[in-house]
Design a binder for this molecule. Structure first.
Ligand code: BDR
Ligand code: CA
Length: 315
């Protein structure tokens, strides 16, 4: 039985690969793709979700959600993801419709209409939609199987010295989500920086061939240039697919139970995810942080999904 997920995203170069991993892996079933303003403004990330979804053959509803964080002013990441949000590539043609519902309605209707404990939420952008859903219908907290989010960092951020982008964009929403009481696994920068697309990864993607490989290589080349220009990493880390990979195969990474909170008031530390690692957490603790990635196993999952999508597209 595949794991049923809602992917809440802001494509975004690594989000696009996360969509392809989710659609291309038979162990997960995409119930919906929802979008949130983040890497680019809502209209752009929604267009990108439709475009990538069209190429990947996503048939699940795609719905647009919040364009702005709860309190923070909207800030995009065009310096990493480009003006379009998909780097320098021309997005694939959109061959499908946008679901007319608001993303929060899609999330609530999907979770509340399915058996309890069956739906996993995978947010890989700012957490605005998920927080709004919790506030609108708190019963989703008991019904969702778990939340596996990409965001946060225990040992150093990317948006500030201590805060990661998705959390820094909407710290209040993030605090609502991590303290809601449902099981949360935080796949943060500590883990995702181990998922770097090396030259070997580029070569393996090129072997896939066709439009799926062309899009992925185009996006990752732009992403690599952006990381190199900023002097951070030589090989770009594919953050968002790590969260999807954890759902597909929890053994792809180690995680550790730890109480988790989001700093909301610090002048220098707003948006920091604070994990209490002083003591082993007891079993009542429902938050976990991801620690060590099996990078070979991760890239095998990504490559396998791209091959499946390429075969589907040429069938
Ligand atoms: C996160 O921020 C975004 O730019 C990426 O898509 C990812 O979700 C990494 O900090
Ligand atoms: Ca993202």
């Amino acid at each position: 039985m595949p794991r049923q997920i809602i992917l809440d995203c802001d494509p975004g170069l690594d989000d696009a690969v996360a969509i392809m991993l989710a659609e291309g892996n038979p162990e997960v079933e995409l119930l919906a793709v929802t979008t949130v303003g983040g890497n680019q403004v809502l209209d752009k990330v929604t267009h990108n979700a439709l475009a990538v979804g069209s190429l990947a053959g996503v048939t699940a509803p795609i719905a647009a959600g919040a364009g702005h964080p709860l309190l923070e002013p909207m800030q995009d990441a065009g310096h990493v993801h480009g003006d379009s949000g998909l780097g320098g590539v021309t997005p694939p043609p959109v061959r499908r419709d946008l679901d007319p519902r608001h993303a929060v309605d899609v999330i609530l209707e999907t979770v509340m209409s399915r058996d309890p404990g069956t739906v996993t939420l995978v947010p890989i952008g700012p957490l605005t939609n998920i927080a709004l859903a919790v506030r609108r219908e708190p019963r989703i907290v008991e019904r969702v199987f778990e939340v596996v989010l990409m965001g946060g960092a225990v040992r150093g951020g990317n948006q500030s010295p201590v805060a990661e982008f998705n959390i820094a964009c909407d710290p209040e929403a993030a605090q609502i989500v991590v303290t809601a009481g449902w099981p949360v696994t935080m796949v943060g920068l500590d883990l995702t920086h181990q998922a770097q697309a090396t030259e070997d990864v580029f070569a393996r993607i090129a072997e896939v061939g066709g439009p799926v490989a062309d899009l992925t290589l185009g996006m990752l080349s732009f992403y690599r240039d952006a990381y190199r220009a900023s002097g951070r990493l030589d090989h770009p880390p594919l953050h968002d697919p790590c969260a999807v990979a954890h759902v597909i195969d929890p053994g792809v990474m180690t995680t550790r139970r730890a109480p988790l909170q989001v700093e909301l008031t610090g002048t220098l530390t707003r948006g920091m995810t604070v994990a209490d690692l002083r003591f082993p957490a007891d079993e009542s603790c429902r938050t976990r942080i991801a620690e060590t990635l099996d990078a070979d196993r991760f890239w095998d999952l990504v490559l396998d999904a791209l091959h499946r999508l390429a075969a589907k597209a040429s069938a």
